[in-house]
Design a protein around this ligand. Structure first.
Ligand code: SF4
Length: 360
């Protein structure tokens, strides 16, 4: 860092005040002294992990409409919570948010923890979220480090090592802790993240527009595109799944619930299995708690629908949907058989939560 920290903070905050994005979980631009609801900060931080701001905004607005308070979230059934999260991925974030709301309303009698140490006791809250909530909602001078802050600090100090390594993380946290001010710590942390998200981007940082360019050692040495060093690329596995769209004569489709642990835990899906040789020769499923499908009647020829690609952070899927007409009496192990001809199935209170790949 090429200028004194106090000067750096002043410039960064002045830029933030003039150019910050107006986001629904932040203080309104026209009311900078408004108190922030810690529950809204908790929700936004949970949603923003691994997810872009533009994606989060509509989810956040829908969420706050459905669960406007911590107590309303704590009282909601998990089914409704997951349903609102549908499409954001990493569903454990939603479950942890739900557990945190229950913990605060019952065990803590509604008293929201205010320090990083006590916030760390909440399910799903790690050092980053604890720093974010403590500084943004409670004005505590707590540091935070996310990917944006890692990159900005590495460049400001021309830190030559990988900030994602163990020693790099220790350096980044201690540097962030030394910089966070006692006055406006939440805005300072938000400004660091905002700088990384808007100007000090991984590729092509816009140094000409940067409010703290004079402080930046990487820019001074023309190293800004080499710092931080790139992540070593990992090959992402490509998996193929057959998806059974089992349609009964009354035009209803059969869904199965996934096991309570693992990827997409407890969500509902069209039954999906690895490749099978013939419609009547179904293999045992890859997941030990997904039961094999009952044999399909011989006369049911599957209609092959277009493959659906679906990419997660660390793996890629291609789903091969097969539309198969089954008798009304056909059922999955979780479902009781219905008589043939059957009455219409009872309406469900809300549509079940599906992972995004299943929704496609
Ligand atoms: S000058 Fe460039 S590299 Fe340095 S902090 Fe600003 S945007 Fe990032």
């Amino acid at each position: 860092m090429l200028i004194p920290p106090a000067q750096f903070r002043r410039r960064l905050l002045a830029w933030f005040d003039a150019s910050r994005r107006d986001l629904p979980w932040r203080r309104p631009l026209n009311d900078p002294s408004a108190n922030l609801d810690p529950y809204a900060v908790l929700v936004s931080e949970a949603m923003l992990q691994q997810t872009q701001v533009a994606t989060v905004i509509p989810y956040f607005n829908r969420w706050m409409k459905a669960f406007p308070t911590l107590a309303s979230l704590a009282a909601a059934p998990e089914h409704d919570v997951l349903r609102l999260w549908q499409g954001l991925g990493y569903y454990n974030r939603a479950r942890n948010l739900h557990r945190a709301a229950k913990h605060i309303t019952t065990t803590l009698a509604g008293n929201f923890p205010t320090t990083p140490e006590t916030l760390l006791d909440l399910p799903g809250v790690g050092p980053y979220s604890a720093g974010a909530i403590a500084s943004i909602a409670f004005n505590q001078p707590a540091p935070l480090v996310d990917g944006n802050v890692q990159r900005v600090l590495s460049r400001l100090y021309a830190y030559p090592h990988d900030p994602r390594s163990r020693s790099g993380a220790a350096w980044t946290w201690s540097t962030a802790a030394a910089l966070v001010p006692t006055s406006r710590p939440g805005d300072f942390n938000s400004a660091l993240m905002e700088l990384g998200a808007t100007l000090c981007t991984p590729k092509n940082p816009q140094c000409l527009l940067c409010p703290v360019a004079q402080a930046c050692a990487a820019r001074d040495q023309n190293l800004q595109t080499q710092i931080p060093p790139p992540k070593p690329a990992k090959p992402s596995p490509h998996l193929s799944r057959i998806v059974f769209c089992l349609r009964r004569p009354d035009n209803t489709y059969l869904l199965e619930q996934r096991p309570p642990t693992g990827r997409w835990a407890s969500l509902w899906q069209f039954p999906s299995r690895e490749e099978y040789p013939t419609p009547t020769d179904l293999p045992h499923p890859p997941h030990p708690t997904l039961t094999p499908l009952p044999p399909l009647p011989n006369h049911t020829a599957p209609l092959h629908l277009d493959p659906v690609p679906h990419t997660l952070t660390h793996r890629r899927y291609t789903f091969h949907p097969r539309l198969i007409n089954v008798p009304q009496s056909y059922c999955l192990p979780e479902y009781p058989p219905t008589p043939d001809p059957p009455p219409p199935p009872p309406p469900r209170p809300t549509r079940p939560p599906l992972p995004l790949g299943g929704k496609k």
